[in-house]
Ligand binder design. Structure first.
Ligand code: ADP
Ligand code: 5SP
Length: 475
């Protein structure tokens, strides 16, 4: 590895399963050091994590990076979206955070949509119809189910706000992550007072929304990073990955992680009344229409382990349809659903069942893709495949076969952390972070040409989905 040319920056990805940190040369994008440490998510009906554990995992990841972290000039944190972090007057968590994939707030979601005038009104006003992933429904759940915890809350934060706040001591957020709360009106960039009133959340509990390119502050003394280093605004993990790819409108991304996501940058503010496409803002000044599934790599890994197979032990053939909704599902909006398998025969092999799990997970994402792209869609544009699953051949081949599109797999791993690093470098060097990432060449990697789309498999899964509708909606 050649010696770094420029100042060093740190990019952090605090995702559902772990904290990852990259020390990056701001001049070239070369990754100088990396670290990763896990945190835990509670099993069972809800999904919660202790924010203090996110912080410990971040400290662990930074420690693994070695001495280079002591030389960095700027840092930025990308984090899992939507999580409800409630802090007391001393800045300590009142209770564990309710995560994006916790669907217990489905009844609150239904009631809130109704009370503010229905899905169209929400899409126009907020840009999104707030399914159970959205923070607004989680606050409503907390108020109904744990009123003492809600009453003890002196500050409400998103996961990346919490970590950024531990670095700076200030209460800040950014337009990308706040667009996933359900209480931020993207049309004028302010908190939506009527929504906050409806859920009884005082606006003074919320962080200040930074302008794109504005600093969150500087690192406080006594932390594992140099005191006084610049702290960039940070953002949600999908917005950070969009920065990390230096994304331009019309280029679709498919991310295979704990969540599956499909998204693209757009210059138009999205407003989808069907709720499939979330009308997120990006971290710059554009928009990030996005669809997200709850069941992606973890669900497929679970099917593999039930079958005692390795991840790549897929086999073609058979007429199976597997709907991998182990955690309920968000796209399609079926919070009470569980997994379903149809088409099982004496001749079915375990490898075919595993392939059906991959197909089921990829199907929902691809079905949402056209809606995400809208008028920006270019059928010949390659699908950028990222996230932990993009390392797997079975994932990549499933995406190729079911999309019929060319696929490009960026060589750079950890695009969320890299995007956060680009945001830190942009702040330090006074450059557009997406331009920084393009200069770093982060989106370069092997291309795989289009193969004929497997329409038979897509139809089979679509039929299983519509045929099982009543079963999948049962609470
Ligand atoms: N070599 C690999 N092949 C296929 N899947 C992989 C590989 N390595 C990791 N994964 C998958 O990547 C997932 C983690 O992806 P990641 O994008 O890091 O998730 P998150 O950011 O949500 O924590 C794991 O659940 C695992 O299934
Ligand atoms: O809820 C969403 C997007 O709306 C998820 O994409 C979360 O942001 C979690 O991301 P990962 O941990 O899977 O990266």
């Amino acid at each position: 590895m050649s010696a770094p040319e420029g100042p060093l920056v740190v990019g952090v990805d605090s995702s559902t399963q772990s904290a990852k940190a990259l020390v990056v040369d701001a001049a070239t994008g070369q990754v100088v050091a990396r670290g990763q440490a896990p945190h835990t998510v509670t099993p069972g009906p809800g999904h919660e994590s202790d924010p203090e554990e996110w912080w410990s995992a971040l400290e662990g990841a930074l420690e693994q990076c070695g001495p280079s972290v002591r030389e960095v000039s700027a840092v930025s944190v990308g984090g899992q979206q939507h999580g409800l972090v409630t802090l007391d007057t001393a800045g300590r968590p009142v209770r564990p955070a309710l995560l994006w994939n916790d669907v217990r707030s489905a009844p609150q979601s239904d009631r809130l949509i109704e009370r503010l005038g229905g899905p169209r009104a929400w899409a126009d006003r907020i840009g999104s119809v707030p399914g159970p992933a959205f923070t607004v429904t989680k606050w409503a759940w907390l108020c109904e189910n744990e009123p003492d915890a809600a009453a003890a809350t002196a500050a409400v934060r998103l996961p990346h706000d919490y970590l950024t706040g531990r670095l700076t001591g200030a209460g800040t957020t950014d337009r990308g992550d706040v667009s996933g709360t359900g209480w931020w009106a993207g049309s004028d960039g302010s908190y939506d007072e009527e929504t906050l009133e409806l859920i009884g959340l005082p606006p003074e509990l919320l962080p200040r929304v930074l302008e794109p390119g504005e600093a969150a502050g500087t690192v406080r003394p006594g932390l594992p990073l140099p005191a006084g280093a610049l702290v960039a605004a940070g953002t949600g993990d999908n917005m950070a990955a969009a920065l990390g790819l230096g994304l331009t409108p019309g280029l679709p991304v498919l991310s295979l992680g704990t969540s599956g996501t499909v998204y693209a940058v757009s210059e138009r503010r999205p407003a989808d009344p069907t709720g499939t496409v979330a009308g997120f803002a990006d971290a710059r000044g554009d928009w990030l229409p996005l669809a997200c599934t709850l069941n992606c790599t973890l669900a497929v890994d679970r099917v593999a382990s039930l079958l005692s197979l390795g991840r790549e032990a897929v086999e073609s053939g058979g007429d199976l349809a597997l709907l991998p909704f182990l955690d309920g599902e968000r796209t399609p909006n079926l919070p009470y659903a569980s997994g379903l398998l149809s088409g099982l025969r004496h001749s079915t092999t375990a490898g075919q069942v595993l392939q059906a799990a991959y197909d089921g997970a990829v199907f929902s994402l691809l079905r949402a893709l056209d809606q995400v792209l809208g008028d920006d869609g270019r059928p010949d544009a390659p699908l950028l495949l990222i996230g932990g699953g993009a390392k797997g051949t079975a994932w990549r081949e499933t995406v190729r076969r079911l999309s019929g599109r060319p696929v490009l797999v960026p060589r750079a791993e950890e695009l969320v952390a890299l995007g956060a690093a680009a945001q830190a470098a942009g702040l330090l060097l006074e450059e557009d972070p997406a331009a920084v990432a393009r200069r770093w060449g982060t989106a370069e990697g092997p291309s795989y040409e289009a193969v004929p789309r497997d329409d038979a498999a897509l139809t089979r899964i679509a039929d299983a989905l519509s045929g099982a509708d009543t079963l999948l909606r049962r609470s």
